[in-house]
Design a protein around this ligand. Structure first.
Ligand SMILES: [Zn+2]
Length: 245
């Protein structure tokens, strides 16, 4: 097989590899978008659960405090009675002090209850917001997940067909040329570059004239000295039109 024929297959292979790369990009973009939405949904679920837990805990603490306040209120009544029955200054002072302490406890508890109520309201609000976001996301996933999965399956199928076509081209190329192609592709993305006037069309730098002469003779495979891609001669559109005429 001549170099010209190898070049035709290399061009075909390179074009296929670009198509496969594009499909791979689509696949990974779609997959990560879907995964991102699912992650966000899981995060919201977690947030809602933890909000629920802290709301329940705060409500429990608040209920306990309300019960304690009731007990303290009963003690305040008793203390008031004691004060009204005080027979001397000592008893009056003791009852007054007791009453004061009890009222302080009452006040402290009531303040805590108020704070808890505020915190509970805030937590409920944030939980409701998360629930709204969750519903929106669930709706979104409900309508898009099927569509995205279908698109993914189509792209997978497309890729399988391309890989099959690629295999067909690969078998037509000699091993050394193929491994050289793969090696350069790994490093450069695109492994081949055309030139019609000595300027590499991939890196836009000029090949030395001697090298260009060798490329024109198409006897051996040459590599661009600047970007290391397989450099081959391809007449420009104007030139090939001239030839055809
Ligand atoms: Zn180059």
């Amino acid at each position: 097989m001549s170099i010209q024929e190898h070049i035709v297959y290399l061009e075909e292979l390179s074009a296929l590899d670009e198509e496969i790369r594009a499909v791979d990009d689509t696949l990974s973009t779609e997959r990560s978008a879907l995964a991102g939405k699912k992650e966000e949904l899981a995060r919201l679920e977690e947030k809602i659960a933890s909000d629920e837990k802290s709301i329940a805990e705060m409500a429990k603490t608040r209920t306990d405090l309300v019960l304690e306040v009731r007990q303290v209120t009963a003690l305040v009544e008793k203390s008031r009675e004691k004060l009204s029955r005080a027979r001397n200054e000592r008893e009056t002072n003791a009852a007054t002090r007791e009453l004061e302490e009890l009222r302080n406890i009452q006040k402290g508890h009531e303040e805590q209850i108020g704070k808890l109520q505020l915190l509970e309201t805030e937590a409920s609000k944030s939980k409701e917001e998360a629930e709204v976001a969750r519903r929106a996301l669930e709706d979104q996933l409900g309508t898009t997940e099927g569509v995205v999965s279908k698109r993914l399956a189509e792209a997978e199928q497309q890729k399988a067909q391309m890989l099959e076509r690629r295999q067909g081209v690969v078998t037509k190329l000699p091993r050394p040329i193929l491994s050289r192609y793969e090696m350069i592709r790994k490093r450069r993305g695109i492994a081949i570059a055309a030139t019609h006037n000595g300027i590499c069309e991939a890196c836009h730098l000029a090949a030395p004239p001697q090298l260009f002469q060798k490329i024109l003779r198409q006897e051996t495979f040459e590599v661009c000295p600047h970007c290391q891609r397989i450099l081959y001669f391809k007449p420009s559109d104007a030139e090939s039109n001239k030839e055809e005429r």
